[in-house]
Each structure stands twice: as structure tokens, then as C-alpha cells.
Ligand binder design. Structure first.
Ligand code: CAA
Length: 261
């Protein structure tokens, strides 16, 4: 595969794509070149038919310490607005239809927290530290933090975090449901994410895609339209081969052999 300056990319388990942010000198600060590489690696996994789920992680010390402050320091309004600064970040969630698990150890601050929250499932190690410290720099979150954190943990807690710039510990993140699980060590966090990704990759890719699509709709739609949307997608799956395969295998007490069709 390709080689990257700021990423390590591999497939350590069947069906699983693995991306490790690798810019240790800057605590994985998310510079534009890094984000472009990340987009490219995710796009490759998206189009690779052998990949069913993806894990994104950083290092033990930092998932990512935010957007690159040194790169942003001299940015003007007209350059930021005119060139849609940060726009490339939104790509990550819009084109990626395969499940993404973010495994967070160490700092996930600012854009790092926002990137972690773009994961469909978030896992944390014991020393994960989430925060939106942009207020300390005279700005606000710019890659979805004010929206996703609020949806995840509620308005009062999100306001406190974003207005004070104080961090949220792994323990709090677990209790508040920001992350699905908190692990006892950084290795267990990454291995747990890989195991979950392998499990998901073992199902029909069609079903996994539809699950992700339906759950994501709940973030945008009211309950009535959301359930209606779910019902349409559910009905649609009776047109797939994998529905016949899955239900026949159950009835015959056999293991389903998915076709992703
Ligand atoms: N951008 C650029 N460089 C960064 C960085 C960032 N976000 N975070 C850390 N670095 C660099 C440091 O400048 C330092 O580089 P040098 O060795 O060249 O000086 C190196 O990484 C190591 O960092 P520290 O020496 O600061 O390490 P520490 O252990 O003392 O502190 C830290 C760690 C608390 C995470 C601290 O680095 C920090 O506060 N970083 C900035 C966090 C932040 O404000 N993030 C939000 C950015 S704004 C944003 O993300 C906007 C958005 O919404 C899109």
C-alpha cells in the first residue's frame, strides 16, 4: 500500500483497516497535510471491498492535541472563510459509510476531540483526556465540537467543558456516555477496538452500512421521521442476498456465509 508521512496504515485483522496517527513531535496535531493523508487512507479503506470496519487511534500520549495551532496562528478571516479552512475535515464523516471506531489514549483536545467524536463508536484508555480548549486560544471549536459534544453529553456539561476549556477524564467520559467503553490500559483500548471492528467486519457489509446510516439519521431527524426512515431501510434489506443468507442460516442452524450483496 501507500506510505504516509504522518500515518501508519495496516490491516492487522481480517476485514479490519487500522490507521494510527503518527506525528509524535507535535502530539499528532492535525495539520492540513495530516488531514489530507487521513482522508486518503480512509477513502482507500472505503473503496477496498475486503475491509468491513476501520479503527483510528493515536499514540499512548496523544490521540491528537488539536488542529495545528502554529499553522492557524497567522490565518486571516478572508483566508479561513475564502478557502473554507477545516472544510476537508467534514469529508471524513460524509464519505465514510463503513463503521469507524476511534480508540483514544492520552490527549484528545480541540480538533482531536472532534476527530474522535467523528467515530461511530468511541473507546477510551484509562488516561484519555477529552477537551475543547479553543476558548483559551480566543476561538471556538471549529470541526463540530459544539454540536457533537452537546449531543453526546448534554448541554450543561458541554457548555461547562467548552466555556471553561477544562478537560473531561476517561472516567467521566465513560459515565457520561461520550465513549462506549473505558479500558484498563492503552493496549487493551486499541485491541478492544480491533476486536470490535473484526466482529463488525464478520457481518454483511450491506447490513453494517444500513445500521450506521439508520443510527446516524437519529442525529438529524425527529422520532417519527426517524422510525419511518428506519422502516424504509429495513424493508429495503429484503432485497439483499445477505438477508436470505442470514435468515436461512439461522433456520438451518448454520453459519451465515455473507456475500455483501
Ligand atoms: N498544534 C501545534 N503544535 C502542538 C499542538 C497543537 N495543537 N499541541 C502540541 N503541539 C506541540 C507543542 O508545540 C510542542 O512542540 P515543540 O516541542 O516544538 O515545542 C509539542 O507538540 C509537545 O507539546 P508540549 O510541549 O506542549 O507537551 P505538554 O505535555 O507540555 O502539553 C498539551 C501537552 C497540554 C496537550 C499541550 O501541548 C497543549 O495544550 N496543546 C494544545 C491543545 C489545544 O489547544 N488544542 C486545540 C487546538 S485549536 C483547534 O483544535 C481548533 C478546532 O476546533 C479545529
Amino acid at each position: 500500500g501507500k506510505t504516509y508521512e504522518h500515518l501508519l496504515v495496516s490491516s492487522p485483522k481480517p476485514g479490519v483497516g487500522f490507521i494510527q496517527l503518527n506525528r509524535p513531535k507535535a502530539l499528532n496535531a492535525l495539520s492540513t497535510p495530516l488531514i489530507l493523508e487521513l482522508n486518503s487512507a480512509l477513502r482507500d479503506f472505503q473503496s477496498d471491498k475486503s475491509i468491513g470496519a476501520i479503527v483510528l487511534t493515536g499514540s499512548e500520549r496523544a490521540f491528537a492535541a488539536g488542529a495545528d495551532i502554529k499553522e492557524m496562528k497567522d490565518l486571516t478571516f478572508s483566508a479561513a472563510y475564502g478557502n473554507d479552512f477545516i472544510e476537508t475535515w467534514s469529508d471524513l464523516v460524509t464519505f465514510l459509510k463503513k463503521p469507524l471506531i476511534t480508540a483514544v489514549n492520552g490527549y484528545a483536545l480541540g480538533g482531536g476531540c472532534e476527530l474522535a467524536m467523528m467515530g461511530d463508536i468511541m473507546y477510551a484508555g484509562p488516561k484519555a483526556m477529552f477537551g475543547q480548549p479553543e476558548i483559551k486560544l480566543g476561538v471556538i471549536p471549529g470541526a463540530g465540537g459544539s454540536q457533537r459534544l452537546t449531543k453526546a453529553i448534554g448541554k450543561s456539561r458541554a457548555m461547562e467543558c467548552i466555556l471553561t476549556g477544562d478537560n473531561i477524564t476517561a472516567k467521566q467520559a465513560g459515565e457520561w456516555g461520550l465513549v462506549a467503553k473505558v479500558f484498563d490500559s492503552p493496549e487493551e483500548c486499541v485491541n478492544g477496538a480491533l476486536a470490535t471492528a473484526e466482529k463488525i467486519a464478520g457481518y454483511s457489509q450491506i447490513a453494517a452500512k444500513a445500521c450506521k446510516e439508520a443510527v446516524n439519521k437519529s442525529q438529524d431527524l425527529g422520532i417519527r421521521e426517524g422510525v419511518e426512515y428506519e422502516r424504509r431501510v429495513f424493508h429495503g434489506l429484503f432485497g439483499s442476498k445477505d438477508q436470505k443468507i442470514g435468515m436461512t442460516a439461522f433456520a438451518e442452524k448454520k453459519k451465515a456465509d455473507w456475500t455483501n450483496e
